[in-house]
Design a binder for this molecule. Structure first.
Ligand SMILES: Nc1ncnc2c1ncn2[C@@H]1O[C@H](COP(=O)(O)OP(=O)(O)OP(=O)(O)O)[C@@H](O)[C@H]1O
Ligand SMILES: [Mg+2]
Length: 462
């Protein structure tokens, strides 16, 4: 059942850390507080300096606390999709009680059975999401509790991610004095929150154009099927402007925000503005078309990469088309340019909340929407992963409320039983890749760290 209560979400982005406090009544949220603090310590979507990230989190949280008039103790945190893997998970148990009526414990136990799997030592399970249950061969059951049977089976999905990324997020949040109520894979929350039922069912793509990375994610059959992370975003556009025009990064950012157009065919050559150029005393005149051509080139490159990966999994012609969001989707002409590149219907998503009608807030709002709408079955299954007991699961839905004790939601992330180490020789080596990225000064060359579906989604759009 959708929740009622106060929920706080946190989105740790490359450009800024965002916090929203939402007051939910039956799953419908009203935003009562917002925080937005400039990031440092985050590079290409990933935390690279915990201390600096903590400062930004504290600032954003303090702003949101002041506006909402509450003390924030716990947050639902978005995790970037970098190297997240989605795997099918199935489990089966004998029903526990003598009456053979299925209880909360059985749901938890069948989820625990579904969690039994081999996982590489550098990876961690983030979430288990039940999709349907089967009782004695009768399938398609959404909530088996109260029903009777001998054998209970569960089908769902498990999200795993690199321990380093997950650890850094947890550590930064906890050092900022907050409890991690839940980790949520951001593009999953985003798609759940912004796509309508038809788009989720028949299929749609959401492209989150952030500052440091662009995430292309696909939903189909009401399930998160695919995500690809391109570690290039709006900040690359700014850097391109800075390099080409010989302007400071701040001037380049201002030019982009004030005069930028993503589709050069919409820009005018007669519209001219002065630009402060490094090493020159007098400003140099630059026309709108020229600036737009610089911007367009980077957006085209970003879109071409998304197009290529979507083409590879036959997801380009999904009926829901493409939805653009994220801060870098604010630029005029972005829909026109994307429509030309993708050759499918494209629209932009802008949150419809007073004061934050800005696509940069789409993710953070989606995270609290998503969490508030998670049902008891999800929480019971997740309890099999985290070791929460059912009463605590219920308490977890209220933790964002004023004065909620932090201990209420700090649960150790225990690995599910029988999760063991397997050979990682064939896996991408995250550490080597990270070292390469962070040591790489050639910033304008985006590196590619994708999100993998373990085989099963690749043929789904044929
Ligand atoms: N009006 C605008 N025109 C063009 N770009 C914009 C505009 N407003 C914001 N941006 C760009 O949006 C980007 C920030 O977007 P967002 O806040 O979604 O990123 P983030 O979540 O902090 O980063 P990431 O998701 O990549 O880690 C910056 O590159 C910024 O320049
Ligand atoms: Mg972002």
């Amino acid at each position: 059942m959708a929740k009622t209560g106060m929920f706080v979400s946190l989105d740790i982005g490359t450009s800024s850390v965002k916090v929203v406090v939402s007051d939910f009544v039956d799953g419908q949220g009203t935003i009562i507080g917002v925080g937005n603090a400039k990031s440092s310590g985050v590079n290409k979507g990933l935390i690279v300096d915990i201390d600096k990230t903590v400062v930004a989190i504290k600032r954003a949280v303090a702003q949101a606390e002041e506006k909402a008039g509450i003390k924030i103790n716990a947050v639902t945190v978005g995790l970037p999709a970098n190297m997240v893997e989605i795997e099918k998970a199935t489990g089966m148990i004998a029903v526990h009680s003598q009456s053979k009526e299925i209880l909360d414990d059985d749901v938890r136990n069948v989820a625990a059975a579904a969690l039994v799997r081999n996982i590489q030592p550098e990876r961690e399970i983030i979430n288990i999401i039940p999709q349907s249950f089967t009782i004695d061969g009768l399938d398609g059951i959404q909530d088996p509790r109260g029903m009777r049977g001998v054998r209970l089976e569960m089908e769902g999905v498990v999200y795993t991610g690199p321990q380093t990324i997950i650890h850094n997020v947890r550590k930064a949040v906890e050092r900022a004095g907050l409890a991690v109520q839940e980790l949520v894979v951001t593009p999953l929350a985003l798609m759940e929150a912004i796509l309508d039922d038809g788009e989720k069912d028949f299929g749609a793509t959401v492209i989150d154009l952030g500052g440091g990375q662009t995430t292309t994610a696909v939903m189909h059959d009401k399930q998160f099927k695919f995500a690809h992370v391109n570690q290039a975003g709006g900040d690359f556009v700014t850097r391109d402007i800075s390099v080409v025009l010989n302007a400071s990064n701040q001037n380049a950012e201002n030019l982009k925000i004030n005069y930028g157009i993503a589709y050069s065919a919409m820009a005018s050559q007669s519209e001219v503005f002065p630009v402060d150029v490094i090493g020159k005393v007098d400003p140099v005149n630059v026309d709108e078309r020229y600036l737009s051509e610089i911007i367009e080139a980077r957006y085209v490159e970003i879109f071409e990469e998304s197009k290529e990966v979507l083409g590879r999994i036959s997801a380009l012609s999904l009926p829901g088309g493409i939805v653009l969001t994220g801060g870098a989707a604010s630029i005029p002409g972005v829909v026109e340019l994307a429509s030309e590149v993708f050759e499918v219907p494209v629209k932009i998503y802008v949150p419809n909340h007073i004061g934050i009608r800005n696509p940069a807030f789409a993710n953070v709002i989606a995270i609290s929407d998503y969490y508030a709408n998670l049902n008891d079955i999800y929480h019971l299954a997740q309890a099999a992963l985290t070791g929460r007991v059912s009463t605590q699961v219920k308490a977890a839905s209220k933790v964002a409320q004023q004065q909620a004790p932090v201990q209420q939601v700090v649960q150790p992330q225990q690995p599910a039983q029988n999760i063991g180490a397997v050979d990682v020789a064939t896996q991408q080596n995250y550490y080597a890749q990270a070292a390469q990225q962070y040591g790489d000064n050639e910033e304008s060359k985006p590196s590619k760290v994708g999100t993998k579906l373990k085989g099963w989604a690749n043929k789904l759009f044929d």
